[in-house]
Ligand binder design. Structure first.
Ligand code: SAM
Ligand code: DTB
Ligand code: SF4
Length: 322
């Protein structure tokens, strides 16, 4: 077996050994695996939109949208379909191939709001874009209806390892998360599933999360790696920033463990230098969130990213939609 093979039997020890390799060795291995499966000059651009903001009943410690925390966020009900599709059109014009709609829900409830989301998904697909959404927990029939509407991918993050989870979230379990992921898979929708670094966790917890992700068969098609964006009023507001080289190690390990997945350098790019981002791309990140806003917090925006792509000679990845 060569180290570029796709595997679903990773042990924490193996992943830790990769993660802790001498940096130059780690980057070489990650880049070797990366170019075996992917064009290392192509980066997928995805645009996020918060279609329903704030007042979420879950208590995720990192999240500005939780009703349990006192953040200065404007709550907003579910958006109408037309302005969402207008935002998707603009995202396409500025080079994004995937449009991701996020709702601050614990779980989806059947009814007019879910019907509107299905219309949004269909509308985004009609624009020729990949459609993704992240709406919290789903039941089987909701996953199937999203698939019928043409949903490309469903985002549902594990965030951290099973044994660190209850330090961050108490209103749902790791198993709840895994169940929704299975339902999405069963409905034939691609999985977008990753997590966050910088929540006070140890390296072993980051490895624990990668172990769960990399032992999914097949691997999640997209793996977002977020650096915590500390937001005032959340329990994690005072977390120190992640060491940029630790972020690079996390990305490289994800790339080696999941060779064919799109590894997304997600939240936290605003605080990263061009050099850090360049190292993340070298380590195998091949997807970013484009645009000047993530869901509720700022993101670098089109001008800065255009300059970065030009300096690095990187190009946007074409959409895979049929
Ligand atoms: N409510 C849905 C859920 O949690 O599945 C969807 C929206 S939720 C905001 C999507 C993801 O954003 C979370 O799973 C988390 O990984 C990420 N996220 C939220 N707040 C963040 C922050 N402050 N910094 C980094 N990532 C964050
Ligand atoms: C993901 O892993 N990161 C995105 C997307 N999936 C939904 C969200 C990042 C949110 C950062 C905090 C905010 O802007 O509210
Ligand atoms: Fe709600 Fe999602 Fe934020 Fe958790 S991460 S509080 S589920 S919006």
């Amino acid at each position: 077996m060569s180290y570029t093979d796709i595997r679903n039997d990773w042990t924490a020890e193996e992943l830790r050994a990769i993660h802790d390799l001498p940096f130059t060795e780690l980057i070489f291995q990650a880049q070797t695996v990366h170019r075996h499966y992917n064009d290392p000059t192509e980066i997928q651009q995805c645009t996020l939109l918060s279609i329903k903001t704030g007042a979420c009943p879950e208590d995720c410690g990192y999240c500005p949208q939780s009703a349990h925390h006192n953040t200065e966020l404007e709550k907003e009900p579910l958006m109408e379909v037309a302005p969402v599709l207008e935002a998707a059109r603009e995202a396409k014009e500025s080079g994004s191939t995937r449009f991701c709609m996020g709702a601050a829900w614990r779980e989806v409830k059947d009814g007019p709001n879910f019907d509107a989301v299905l219309e949004m998904v269909q509308g985004v697909r009609e624009l020729g874009m990949e459609a993704c959404c992240t709406l919290g927990m789903l039941d089987d029939s909701q996953a199937e209806r999203l698939a019928e509407a043409g949903l490309t991918a469903y985002n549902h993050n594990l965030d951290t390892s099973p044994d660190y989870y209850d330090k961050i979230i108490t209103t749902r379990t790791y198993d709840d998360r895994l169940e929704t992921l299975q339902r999405v898979r069963k409905a034939g929708v691609s999985l977008c599933c990753g997590g966050i670094v910088g929540m006070g966790e140890e390296i072993q917890h980051r490895i624990g999360m990668l172990e769960v992700l990399a032992n999914h068969d097949p691997h999640p098609e997209s793996v977002p790696i977020n650096a915590l964006v500390p937001v005032a009023g959340t329990p994690l507001e005072d977390q120190p920033p992640v060491d940029p080289l630790e972020m690079v190690r996390m990305i490289a390990t994800a790339r080696i463990a999941m060779p064919q997945s799109r590894v997304r350098l997600s939240a936290g790019r605003l605080e990263m230098s061009d050099e850090t981002q360049a190292l993340c791309f070298l380590a195998g990140a091949n997807s970013i969130f484009a645009g000047d806003k993530l869901l509720t917090t700022p993101n670098p925006g089109e001008n800065r990213d255009e300059q970065l792509f030009a300096k690095l000679g990187l190009k946007p990845m074409p959409a895979e939609v049929s």
